[in-house]
Design a protein around this ligand. Structure first.
Ligand SMILES: Cc1ncc(COP(=O)(O)O)c(C=O)c1O
Length: 430
């Protein structure tokens, strides 16, 4: 078994005790299991083995260099969402032909970077972007391989902030415009349409939207082929969710079983862009309790009530941690749920509490209404399943320093990103 397990009362990562790692590197601290990343990458690869496929790891989920490098050595390619992520991919050792470039608003400078490098494909989002890629490519006397990002108007049934495949979302080319656009792009010297792409959202735990999107791409590819555009690959995007609360969700095998019968017939190579599925359960955020405080009732609340119908106002217990929205934005951004556990289990009585961060924002909350063994100042906690969209979304709000990150490899803890210093934070200011 890889990943985060209890050894007696103590939570460990691949056999290395988390309290030991926190004592050495301080908190807040991200800890990743390299073995879990490898296992989860290989599970996707094995599930799609029967079909020609390429896994382009979505760097946006976590692009810390050591993680990107690990995935490259496992055989992954890269999905970059900005010029910065293309640079990270190159520094992690990916070659341009292993990179797909996605993103709803690519600047001319970013497009030129991708064209000059010769990335595998640029996933274009609009007629305007096709025209810009065409012009930039003709200036360079080259022809750029593009895939059309299709908006299939599919409801991903996920949080609205991470739903991308509805007609009303800003992403992609409306599906009914694609054939016409393809016909027009056929006359352009600077672009060659080689693929179709769709990504309908993230944290999708119902396979139906993913199969609907795959079906839309496969049937569109058939129509385009009949009209003379050779579609080499179908890029199904990312989006497969993970279980944040321990309830069962479909895994890589279920996903492959659902979409392969739909896309296999097309004869196209299948491109996948998983992010969360690979890294979310491979990381935890370690954080210590700074303060435990109660918000008691106001004196007026204690006055005799005119009616007994009102419930008594109970004290609210706040557990203030040294990590908050600057280290993990997801709870605040998407109301996302993460399990929060003491690293060393105690037999203190269970209490109801809100686990909150130290920032000057009321919404800076890691978990509301949790039942925890009564937390004590100084105790170490783990926020689980934070390997994806955790450190990648970290910020310096309140002038807080970006956290350190450690990876457990072969039973050893390696610091893969040291904690930012205040000098580094201020170095850009003139
Ligand atoms: C175009 C694209 N591909 C892939 C991904 C990765 O998604 P996930 O982490 O849900 O697999 C995203 C993220 O939303 C995306 O926008």
């Amino acid at each position: 078994m890889t990943g985060f397990q209890r050894e007696a009362a103590a939570l460990a990562c691949d056999g290395v005790a988390l309290d030991r790692i926190a004592a050495e590197h301080g908190t807040p601290l991200y800890v990743y299991s390299a073995a879990t990343i490898a296992e989860r990458y290989r599970a996707i690869d094995a599930a799609f083995a029967e079909c020609p496929h390429a896994i382009h790891y979505a760097l946006k989920a976590n692009s810390t260099l050591a993680i990107a490098r690990l995935l490259r050595t496992l055989g992954a390619n890269a999905d970059a969402n900005s010029g910065g992520e293309i640079d990270v991919a190159l520094r992690a050792g990916f070659i341009p032909s292993q990179i797909v470039f996605t993103g709803v608003g690519k600047t001319d400078a970013e497009l030129a970077q991708a064209i000059d490098l010769g990335v595998r494909t640029i996933n274009v989002e609009s007629a305007g972007e096709i025209a810009r890629v065409d012009a930039l490519s003709r200036d360079r006397q080259t022809r750029t391989r593009i895939a059309l990002r299709v908006n299939p108007d599919v409801d991903a049934k996920t949080h609205p902030h991470i739903s991308t495949g509805l007609r009303t979302n800003k992403f992609g080319i409306p599906i009914h415009d694609v054939k016409d656009l393809c016909a027009r792009a056929g006359f352009l010297d600077g672009v060659q349409i080689v693929g179709l792409h769709a990504h309908v959202g993230s944290q999708i735990t119902d396979l139906e939207p993913l199969t609907r999107s795959a079906r839309a791409l496969a049937s569109l590819a058939g129509e385009l082929r009949a009209a003379g555009t050779a579609i080499e690959h179908l890029d199904l995007g990312g989006g497969l969710g993970v279980s944040y609360d321990g309830a069962p969700v479909p895994g890589a095998r279920d996903y492959a079983d659902a979409v392969l019968p739909i896309v296999r017939e097309s004869g196209a190579t299948i491109v996948l862009e998983p992010g969360r599925q690979i890294v979310a359960p491979a990381g935890v955020l370690l954080t210590r309790v700074i303060d435990v405080k109660t918000a008691g009732p106001r004196p007026s609340d204690l006055a005799p009530r005119s009616s007994d119908l009102q419930p008594p106002i109970r004290d609210r217990l706040f557990v203030v941690m040294d990590a908050g929205m600057t280290e993990l934005l997801r709870p605040m951004l998407y109301n996302a749920f993460h399990r929060i556990e003491p690293v060393i289990q105690t037999d203190a009585p269970l209490v109801s509490c809100d686990v909150v961060g130290p920032l000057c924002e009321t919404s800076d909350t890691l978990g509301k209404d949790r039942r925890l063994p009564r937390p004590e100042v100084g105790e170490l906690y783990a926020v689980l399943d934070t390997g994806a969209y955790g450190s990648a979304m970290a910020s310096n709000y309140n002038r807080r320093l970006l956290p350190a990150e450690v990876m457990i490899e072969n039973g050893r803890a390696r610091l893969i990103r040291r904690r930012q210093t205040i000098d580094e934070l201020l170095a850009l200011e003139l």
